[in-house]
Design a protein around this ligand. Structure first.
Ligand code: CA
Ligand code: CA
Length: 361
């Protein structure tokens, strides 16, 4: 049984990466302190540790699993005082993949050419980490793989996934059906953007001091919320389905008032006024409507009197309301509110009657 396990470990843990551009060997003594918060971007090719020996190979050439384990140790906050002592460092800021590789080497824990000889070594070095299993995903399609991984993450397991038979990445999480990673060989975040998952992938499941965190989504889409603000279409304005302007939905006529509540690069997101999205449009096609003026009841154009010009604006607003989508209007919110001359809380045909009563006196 034990031989079988060791044989399997030797075979499966031979974490060789075929990165042709392995950096030139750097002296081991050169390992410098690395800011702890930067661990999510640790690369096995970082010259500070790429040359660290792993029994016949180096972290740069074969250290994807060691780098993934280092990221997992940091992300789960598992490096305590005992671990620092075992690692031979005095502060967590000194921890990095080279330090972990050296700790493995000093225990004779690498097979020839960098394979990890025993799953349990990680617990001997970092006691808060427990090796749970080395297994293979059951799912064969992306949706199934994402669901299977999410279930494991939700149960508190950290997953280090073999993405292509010879390269390992730390799985950050699953978000909106996408599998996110911290990859020792790239700065890509979404696994399937960079690797082809064929299903049945081998993985390591581990527990750390803390369970996996949720995916850091800040800045993922580039979409940024804004305080809602009214804008006016400066010409005929095309509205699109998404922030990539991939599908045109409709065109709003010049002078239409819309409310912007988010931006993404050159595009503004328009609110539908009911908590939903009307669409996206290029910010250059809109003018900021500015501060809302104080308007007296009935004085839609703000000239201080209630007359037929205000009534004309009200009629234009009411007839456009049937044609424009929710969230688009001929009048600003404060103007439409001023048009509610009978004060019943809605601006409609009854206000037209009330205007006629006042104007025709
Ligand atoms: Ca007026
Ligand atoms: Ca009214």
């Amino acid at each position: 049984m034990l031989t079988e396990i060791l044989k399997k470990a030797a075979g499966t843990a031979l974490a060789l990466t075929l990165i042709a551009t392995a950096a030139a060997a750097a002296p081991q003594q050169g390992l410098r302190a690395y800011a702890a918060e930067e661990y999510t971007t640790w690369s096995q090719l970082d010259e500070r540790w790429s040359g660290v020996d792993m029994n016949g190979t180096t972290v740069g050439r074969s250290g994807c699993l060691i780098t993934s384990l280092s990221i997992m140790a940091m992300h789960s906050d598992s490096i305590d005082d005992k671990a620092l002592e075992n690692l031979g460092i005095s502060d967590i800021s000194e921890f990095n993949p080279g330090v972990l590789a050296n700790a493995y080497s000093s225990r004779g824990a690498f097979n020839y050419y960098g394979g990890i000889a025993s799953w349990g070594t990680i617990s001997q070095i970092i006691p808060s980490i427990t090796f749970v299993r080395d297994s293979n995903l059951k799912s064969t399609d992306k949706e199934g793989i994402a669901a299977e991984i999410k279930e494991m993450l939700d149960s508190g397991l950290h997953i280090i996934l073999n993405v292509n038979g010879h390269h390992w990445v730390y799985i950050e999480g699953v978000y909106e059906g996408e599998i996110f990673m911290f990859d020792p060989a790239s700065s890509e975040r979404i696994v399937t953007d960079y690797y082809t998952l064929t299903g049945g992938n081998e993985y390591w499941a581990l527990r750390g001091k803390n369970p996996p965190k949720s995916v850091d989504t800040e800045g993922l889409s580039g979409e940024k919320a804004l305080d809602p603000q009214e804008y006016i279409c400066s010409g005929n304005t095309e509205v699109y389905s998404d922030s990539g302007a991939s599908e045109k939905l409709f065109t709003l006529p010049e002078g239409t008032v819309v409310t912007v509540d988010a931006e993404c690069d050159e595009l503004f997101r328009l609110s539908d006024g009911y908590g939903g999205v009307l669409g996206w449009t290029y910010s250059g096609s809109l003018m900021n409507a500015g501060e809302e003026p104080e308007l007296g009841a009935g004085d839609i154009n703000g000239d201080g009197i209630v007359d037929e010009y205000d009534l004309a604006l009200l009629n234009e607003y009411l007839s456009a309301a049937d044609e424009l989508p929710d969230g688009a209007s001929k009048l600003r919110g404060c103007e439409a509110a001023a048009g509610d001359i009978n004060g019943d809380g809605v601006t409609d045909k009854l206000d037209v009657v009330a205007y006629l009563g006042i104007i025709c006196k």
